[in-house]
Write a protein that binds this ligand. Structure first.
Ligand code: ADP
Length: 886
């Protein structure tokens, strides 16, 4: 029988082992009794015990009745053998008390439940009676003759009982270790399975989207035909709905698998509140109105007009609850209400609710409503199509965005789903009174082209013949000239011969994929389309992947399945006005770009050189933008997932996480692949890139950037010798030089000169983070911790080194540290002093600033929060100071 066999019973195996050990020890016990020669009846207990063990052995091995074996051994040993041993072998002046211990241990270790309680109670009562009887009637106890024999008797009992307990414990431990190993290997298997399942879902979603693309696209062509019979129109509309339903199902399954694998990422972008609600209402109103329900929209006019958040996911959640409201309401109305309340100068809390007069939800179902695959029960729900995934996904998306979704419902009367979410305000200007339902119309809007541009040339690159056919048909009315290429090689051949205004590029193609094709077109020798707008076409459902692809330098993207007007709108925004022969009056032209905004970016002129870096924490984001500095973002790994520094997680969040759970928060260096993508994107904006990296002995950043740069030839990586705080000073001077027309060589020289003149020092609360990052050994750490020393780290020789320490409480140590550093600076010219900190009090920050100001060494003292990298690296409570000696 194997350990992982489910039928295997550990207790059974343990009992068998105990019986074997017991028999051997009993034989020794009989010998021991012979040796100390007590009264003849003293031999009986051992013989009884031996008999019980043999009987137990037969019962369990031959008849498989371990339950009876346990009882026989327990009863004979505890209630017969041990009392006799007590009275015939010296009472408490012998080995008997130790046997009683064994009795109790046996009961607890072997029996379970009621049986255990009965045996235990009886054994305790028995022990008390024996002790009391022995005390009142000492003459009942046959003493052991000599001290020597008492010693032998109790020594034997100790060895016997000790071995017994040892065997039990060892056995349990082994069993535990084995089951742990099994659990670990099972967990690994599950993880492996879940990874492959995820990959399966991702490729399935892609595979399914492509044919849906054809169905929806061609069906739309049918609907565009004039003079269709009612029946044909109805059939085509049904196909359209079924196609969209299938698509949403694929999307739901993909979302769920991503959420379960912690792969779901949130991508905040700037978005127009009005557009967001308009698009939402546009999509949902037919669903509501076709059921004959009234649709009321109540959007607070004071709502800020531009916000920052993941508009796509917010829409997804709202769409789901609005569609549910329509699905689960037979008559009455659906009301969408939204309002916002300012929580700080640049943040507001949105409260959006959807109220319906539908079937309502039974209170017993409310608790499981947000679980995956949980659907309401009853006739009302069974007749309505659904999978029970929407609310589960919505809830998890809201949690990822830091918001919440709740429901209030009265069964048979209706439900009210409310979403509460904090968003950053980009433009607080109120949206005002907007009639969100003005664009009423028939269910299927008659198609009308958005533009005509017969001189525009489009190259359509897609390996799927049907996809190319659908897109060509959908663009027919715009009169654009379309050439088709089945693969990247055909495309490159065409871009070498002919200029195209726009290239529509499929991503997944056999051989050279869309990404590589894009890079090749951009760098094609004598290529005619190096600066054409290239739009990515993708059936990928995962927005994190789409965003990643977009960073490769695509100008925009079109999601498959392509929908007629959306496709035209995207393309139109890349066509210069002079080429548009006809332009329809449109309300919403949405071009999907990385920033989520409508950006028209045709033929941008490339700069000669741009400077990029690993971190710009000392200068504000605004200043960095003005200086044209581009930063690559690293990832912060936390127990609640992986976040992109600055974009998805800010220093405040990281600081509070570090304060709670420092050991589990790590910043990982940017990977070679991410650097490659980053540099590739930058090379679409400039001919050359100068990347100023962290010191080469400070983690992997420098080396990863160097490896990535090798792919390009026009990316230059320079070791700044510094960590974030300090590196920004170099960046600032380098960017100013670039603005003033300095060449790559001149800037490189400037950076080399600055090396060694920019000083950075940090005072850490504890040495532990430095040790955990592998910079020092355990002994050194122990010394620091033993004397409660706060280490001072300084950047030297492109690495970090201990440059002293501070004693005493950390608050006063920080001020002494600043004073000490200021003393070092005296008599040297410094322009700016940057003080960075990770979560220290405002009072302490002010004290630090006043110490520097009093010293009169510098006019400009900048106090700022440290970078996320630095915070993860040096832990909470760190203060750093950076300055440039000219
Ligand atoms: P689906 O609608 O596909 O079943 P959801 O996760 O969106 O899945 O919803 C789960 C369940 O919650 C539904 O099956 C339904 O019983 C209940 N439900 C959701 N919204 C409403 C609503 N507005 N009114 C009544 N019941 C609802």
């Amino acid at each position: 029988m194997h350990y992982d066999d489910v039928t295997y019973n550990i207790r059974e195996k343990l009992l068998k082992r105990l019986i074997n050990v017991g028999i051997i020890i009993c034989l020794f016990g009989i010998c021991e009794q012979m040796l100390i020669k007590p009264h003849i009846i003293a031999l009986f207990p051992m013989l009884f015990l031996l008999a019980a063990l043999v009987a137990g052995h037969i019962m369990s091995s031959k008849y498989n009745r371990t339950d009876i074996a346990e009882i026989i051994i327990g009863v004979v040993a505890i209630y017969v053998t041990f009392p006799i041993i007590y009275f015939t072998s010296g009472g408490i002046r012998g080995g008997a008390p130790i046997w009683f211990v064994l009795g109790l241990f046996y009961i607890i270790g072997i029996f379970n439940g009621k049986k255990m309680y009965v045996f235990l109670t009886c054994a305790i009562i028995e022990d008390i009676i024996i002790y009391v009887t022995g005390y009142i009637y000492p003459e009942l106890i046959i003493p052991i003759e000599s001290e020597g024999k008492i010693m032998i008797d109790s020594a034997f009992a100790i060895i016997f009982v000790g071995t017994f307990l040892g065997v039990i414990t060892k056995f349990q431990l082994n069993a535990y270790n084995r089951s742990r190993k099994i659990a670990i290997s099972q967990r690994d298997e599950i993880e492996k399975f879940s990874k492959s399942r995820n990959a399966f879902f991702a490729s399935m979603s892609h595979e399914i989207r492509t044919p849906i693309n054809t169905i929806i696209g061609l069906d739309e062509m049918i609907l565009r035909e004039k003079g269709l019979s009612d029946e044909v129109t109805e059939n085509a509309e049904t196909i359209q709905n079924a196609g969209k339903m299938l698509l949403s199902l694929v999307n739901d399954i993909l979302d769920l698998s991503q959420i379960e694998n912690n792969k779901m990422e949130i991508f905040p972008v700037k978005y127009s509140t009005e557009d967001m609600f308009n698009e939402l209402i546009e999509v949902v109103r037919y669903r509501i109105e076709e059921k004959g329900l009234a649709f009321y929209v109540n959007i607070d006019s004071s709502m800020p007009s531009m916000l920052y958040g993941d508009a796509k996911r917010i829409k997804q959640v709202l769409l789901n609850i609005l569609v549910n409201a329509a699905k689960y309401t037979k008559d009455g109305s659906v009301t969408l209400t939204a309002k916002s309340e300012a929580v700080s100068k640049d943040k507001c809390e949105l409260t959006i609710s959807v109220l319906d007069t539908g079937i309502g939800i039974k209170s017993e179902n409310i608790n499981t409503l947000f679980d995956s695959f949980s659907r309401g029960i009853g006739r009302d729900v069974n007749n309505i199509e659904g999978t029970g995934l929407g609310l589960s996904i919505s809830k998890q998306l809201m949690e990822l965005m830091g918001g919440e979704i709740t429901v209030d419902s009265i069964y048979t009367k209706g439900s009210n789903f409310t979403v509460v979410l904090e968003q950053k305000i980009i433009d607080a200007k109120p949206i005002g009174n907007i009639d969100f339902l003005v664009r009423k119309g028939s269910r299927h809007l008659a198609y009308r082209r958005l533009f005509e541009a017969p001189d525009v040339r489009i190259l359509l690159v897609d390996d799927n013949d049907t996809s190319r056919m659908v897109i060509t048909k959908l663009l027919r009315e715009t009169k654009v000239q379309i050439d088709q290429a089945k693969n990247a090689l055909e495309a490159l051949d065409l871009t070498h011969k002919k200029y195209y205004n726009i290239i529509l590029m499929d991503y997944m193609m056999p051989g050279i994929d869309g990404r590589e094709a894009l890079q090749k077109i951009r760098r094609q020798e004598n290529g005619l389309c190096k600066e054409s707008a290239v739009l990515l076409m993708t059936a990928e459902g995962d927005s994190s992947i789409i965003n990643k692809i977009m960073e490769e330098g695509f100008d925009g993207y079109i999601e498959k399945p392509v929908q007629g007007n959306g496709l035209e709108a995207s393309i139109m925004s890349f066509i210069p006005n002079e080429l548009l022969e006809f332009k329809a009056k449109t309300e919403n032209v949405v071009v999907k770009t990385l920033a989520g905004e409508t950006i028209i970016k045709p033929n941008v002129l490339k700069k000669k050189l741009i400077i990029t870096t690993d971190c710009v924490c000392d200068i504000s984001t605004g200043e960095a933008k003005q200086l044209g500095i581009m930063q690559v973002y690293l990832y912060v790994n936390t127990p609640s997932g992986r976040f992109k520094d600055t974009i998805e997680i800010g220093i405040d969040n990281v600081t509070s996480m570090l304060e709670k759970d420092r050991r589990n928060i790590h910043a990982s260096a940017v990977s070679v692949e991410d650097y490659e993508n980053f540099f590739a994107s930058r090379l679409t904006e400039a001919e050359e890139v100068l990347h100023l990296s962290f010191g080469k002995n400070m983690g992997k950043s420098y080396w990863n950037a160097i490896s990535a740069a090798k792919c390009f030839g026009s990316v230059h990586v320079l070791d700044s010798g510094l960590l974030s705080c300090g590196l920004s000073i170099v960046i600032k001077y380098a960017s100013e030089a670039l603005k003033n027309g300095a060449s790559l060589e001149e800037i490189t020289k400037l950076v080399q000169d600055m090396k060694g003149r920019v000083n950075t020092r940090f005072l850490l609360d504890s040495i532990d983070p430095f040790y955990e990052n592998g910079y020092i050994g355990k002994k050194m750490r122990n010394i620091f911790n033993l004397f409660h020393l706060h280490p001072i780290l300084a950047a030297k020789k492109s690495g970090l080194h201990i440059d002293g320490f501070m004693l005493g409480d950390i608050d006063s140590a920080r001020i002494r540290f600043i004073k000490k550093t200021v003393k070092k600076i005296k008599n040297k010219t410094v322009n700016d002093i940057y003080v960075s900190h990770t979560g220290i009090s405002v009072k302490q920050q002010e004290m630090a600033a006043s110490v520097i100001e009093k010293a009169g060494i510098c006019d400009n003292v900048v106090i700022h929060k440290s970078s996320v990298t630095n915070a993860c690296f040096s832990g909470p409570g760190t203060i750093g100071i950076a300055y440039y000696k000219k």
